[in-house]
Each structure stands twice: as structure tokens, then as C-alpha cells.
Design a protein. Structure first.
Length: 311
């Protein structure tokens, strides 16, 4: 690959170092499929007004994506294997060093629902309490027993530390979340954590990522010599957090089963007794290779390039 010009490096790094605390979470959703090196940014909010308004000199718009195929989360006594997680958002860097972050409409962090091992039998049973034991006797049908857990937003993320993204052992940011437990007996409003008392995840790199830079065409086609876009790739870092506390359950069985869930799972659980791990994360930062060269329409050109890459 050709060497990166100072102007280009400044443009990409300005957006890169601007990344600060704004993330939101939601359930997994279908995304647009993009060609080539655009592929990781399939939910980037390129059409958000703040992104479109970036001029390439005073403001620079960038797409950010981070994903992991597997992981696990421990809440009190419960250990759940997680599936695919995908973080995406846009960042607008200003000339004064401040930044605004923009989440996609469905939320910046999407995740596959995770199944609770043992289902409701494992979550509440056996029990000597008549209300709970009566439910336990009905759990012969797997559909009634099945419990899924989905991460949902519980507030605005904060405390982003850019240098931590390059190193290990430092929290990268704080993400307030709550875990939605779904089962017919638990109802639709059973949560671990609330917007007022969320689970505060502070992920950090457990292992160091490898860094590379790609240049690619507006439509995503790799082009080391003349591509309109540039992408930093941070690959292979395991991320985790073992410092967060977990509040008790609420809204389970219209509130009548909160105590049963808490008792069996050991909630509330103090900081240091819980953990989350994301395996081999891949993180990408993408922006025009020469943002200033697109002034005053860098944000609009970013959107144009993104749409040109649709399959």
C-alpha cells in the first residue's frame, strides 16, 4: 500500500481521535448489505442531518463499527453465552476538538438474543413457595420454559477514553444497559436493571488489537492508489469488564416474581461478582481519504459513497 499523506492522515486521525461517549443499545435488526470494504458500516447513520452537514474542514463525518461473534456475560449466579454483537455509529469531529456522535435509528449496539441455560426451571425452580412451585409444575413445555435475555438501552453512554482503544486494561467507555428477560410467565416487562438504576458496562481491551489501514473506492472496491475512502481496522482484541454491579429484577410476573428471579440468580450482585467478555472484536473507522478535498460537502459525499456501495 502507498504511504499515507500527512493531509490524509490528519483527516482520518482527527475523526478517529474524536470518538467520545455516545452509544445506545437495541435488539438485532436486518441491515443494508454493502460492497467490499464498506461492509462493516452497514448501519452507519450517513443520512443524519449532523453527518450530512460536515464540511470536511471545520467538521468531519466518520463511520465507526465494532463487532464480535461470541462472548459471555455473568450476572450474579447466572452465566449466559452471547451471540453476535454489532456496534455502529457516526461521529462528527469539530475543529475545536469536540465531537458529536450519532446513533443509527435502531440503536448503536445490536445483539442477538441470548438463551438462559435451563430456562425458567433454572431461573426460579425448585421453590417451596406455592406461587412459584405452581409455575414450576407447568414447565413441561419447552416454549413455556424458554427464557431469552436481550440487552436494551438504559441511558446515554459516557466516559469515552480514546487512548484506551489502543491499549489494554483501561475502560474504553461506560454503557448503561438493562437486560430484558422474556418468558410467558415473566410477562413483557421483566428487566434486570432500569433506566434509573442500570447495569454500567465499562469494556476494556483484554488483549491488544492489530492495526491496519485500507484505502478503497467510493463503492467499496479496494483501491490502494486512488480510493476515495480510507478505513482503519483494529482486529482480534478480546474485550471485557468485571467491575460492574447488577441491580435486582423488576416487573417480572407483574412484580410478583421479582424476588424469585433475584433469589435464584443471586441478585442484586455487587461490583466484582459479575463479568462480560466479547471475543476477538473487530473495530473499524471509515471516512473519506482526503476530507478537506471534499469541502464543503464532505458529509454529503460520505452519504453518496455509502449509498453507491449498496448491493
Amino acid at each position: 500500500m502507498r504511504s499515507v499523506s500527512n493531509r490524509t492522515r490528519v483527516g482520518l486521525l482527527a475523526a478517529f481521535t474524536a470518538f467520545s461517549a455516545l452509544l445506545s443499545t437495541g435488539s438485532a435488526t436486518a441491515a443494508t448489505q454493502l460492497n467490499g470494504d464498506w461492509a462493516p458500516f452497514d448501519r452507519c447513520p450517513v443520512d443524519a442531518p449532523a453527518m450530512l452537514a460536515a464540511d470536511g474542514v471545520n467538521t468531519i463525518a466518520t463511520c465507526i463499527a465494532s463487532s464480535s461473534a461470541t462472548g459471555s456475560i455473568t450476572l450474579g449466579k447466572s452465566v449466559v453465552s452471547t451471540g453476535h454483537t454489532d456496534l455502529q455509529l457516526g461521529v462528527v469531529q469539530r475543529a475545536d476538538g469536540t465531537a458529536s456522535l450519532v446513533a443509527p435509528p435502531e440503536g448503536a449496539l445490536t445483539a442477538d438474543p441470548a438463551e438462559i441455560p435451563g430456562g425458567l426451571l433454572g431461573l426460579m425452580c425448585p421453590s417451596g413457595i406455592p406461587l412459584v412451585s405452581g409455575i414450576c409444575r407447568q414447565l413441561t413445555d419447552n416454549n413455556l420454559n424458554r427464557v431469552t435475555a436481550t440487552i436494551e438501552p438504559a441511558g446515554a453512554p459516557r466516559d469515552f477514553n480514546m487512548s484506551a482503544a489502543f491499549s489494554t486494561g483501561e475502560p474504553i467507555l461506560t454503557i448503561p444497559v438493562r437486560i430484558h428477560l422474556k418468558n410467558p410467565f415473566l410477562g413483557d416487562k421483566c428487566y434486570i436493571g432500569t433506566t434509573a438504576d442500570p447495569v454500567l458496562l465499562k469494556p476494556q481491551n483484554v488483549t491488544a488489537p492489530t492495526l491496519s489501514l485500507q484505502r478503497f473506492g467510493a463503492d467499496g472496491t479496494p483501491n490502494d492508489d486512488e480510493g476515495e475512502m480510507g478505513r482503519y481496522t483494529f482486529d482480534g482484541a478480546d474485550q471485557g469488564d468485571a467491575t460492574f454491579a447488577v441491580p435486582g429484577a423488576s416487573g417480572c410476573g407483574a412484580g410478583l416474581l421479582n424476588w424469585a428471579v433475584n433469589l435464584k440468580t443471586g441478585l442484586p450482585s455487587a461490583a466484582g461478582k459479575n463479568s462480560v467478555t466479547l471475543d476477538a472484536t473487530s473495530t473499524y473507522f471509515g471516512s473519506p481519504y482526503d476530507p478537506a478535498g471534499l469541502a464543503p460537502n464532505e458529509g454529503r459525499k460520505l452519504s453518496e459513497y455509502w449509498h453507491s456501495a449498496k448491493r
